[in-house]
Design a protein around this ligand. Structure first.
Ligand SMILES: [Zn+2]
Length: 293
């Protein structure tokens, strides 16, 4: 009994330092628990459904010739994404194409399992392919978060398209957040009105080394060019890799309650709003890193 009490005290004393250590090793330890909270899958708009966990997005595009899935979430999200697809009445084996926004563990981590279980072809950008196939990125905040490597079946570059069942998606590469950060655009018709949909890659600065980055020397210039490009993009439906980048909780509430006339995901200001915030953060972070050099 006494032994057990002592062991208990020892565990309590050890716990904080272990927790501190774990956080140092993996800066995302806390975030990934939040990101991977369950989310009931739901219809977004047109032929698009949300099938990701609460904090990292995965979108299912339904076509008469099979399914397209964008992003695989964290490694531990794959089973949840599969269950969400099933809950909507679709079969994982009917996923023909897997797309990736960018090769970070929180969007590419589940791809290996999803590819294995679906038999789908994985489509990814040229510059992010080596990272996906290695299962880790060598710079930036998620270097400590490897993920199961996954073979890319089709490599795309700027302007390349993929098609399935009458749906065409176009790759537009905005390097910076990763070297091959890929936005996917498509058009759908809702109530007779054509809508341009953007599956956004991300352009957050968060932890990326912007100066003296030997793995990616052009990173700062790439970010700047990508901001300029994203500022000119005109999209009706903005879908982001993390829910908080697209006000997911609020939009979902409005979608479910029907309080907003029209679909809340039709939001032409969503992209410019976000880009303005992210560009300001980038400028401040670049200045900070240059000053610290
Ligand atoms: Zn990322």
């Amino acid at each position: 009994m006494k032994k057990r009490v002592i062991a208990g005290i020892a565990a309590m004393l050890l716990a904080p330092s272990l927790a501190g250590q774990a956080q140092e090793i993996d800066p995302f330890a806390r975030s990934r628990l939040e990101w991977n909270k369950p989310q009931t899958p739901f219809h977004v708009i047109g032929n698009i459904y949300y099938v990701g966990p609460a904090g990292v997005s995965a979108f299912l595009i339904v076509t008469p010739q099979g399914l397209i899935l964008t992003d695989g979430g964290l490694p531990e999200s794959a089973s949840m994404i599969e269950a969400n697809i099933k809950a909507l009445g679709y079969d994982i084996k009917n996923v023909k194409l897997l797309l990736n926004s960018h090769a970070h563990f929180d969007h590419a981590g589940g791809l290996a399992q999803l590819k294995r279980d679906s038999g789908a072809r994985l489509v990814a950008s040229q510059a992010d392919t080596p990272i996906l196939e290695k299962g880790r990125i060598d710079f930036g905040p998620s270097t400590a978060d490897p993920f199961p490597p996954v073979k890319v079946d089709r490599i795309v570059t700027e302007g390349d398209t993929i098609s399935l069942g009458g749906v065409t998606l176009t790759a537009s590469i905005t390097p910076g957040h990763t070297p091959g950060c890929t936005n996917w655009t498509t058009t759908l018709t809702e109530g007779g009105v054509p809508l341009k949909v953007l599956f956004f890659c991300s352009i957050t600065t968060g932890g990326n080394p912007l100066v003296n980055n030997p793995q990616y020397p052009s990173i700062a210039a790439d970010y700047k060019a990508s901001f300029a490009r994203l500022r000119t993009m005109d999209v009706d439906v903005f879908l982001a890799p993390h829910g908080d980048q697209m006000d997911l909780p609020a939009k979902l509430k409005r979608l479910e309650s029907g309080t907003q006339k029209g679909n809340p995901f039709i939001d032409r200001q969503a992209l410019p709003r976000l880009i303005q915030i992210m560009e300001r953060q980038f400028d401040a972070e670049l200045a900070r890193q240059q000053a610290a050099k």
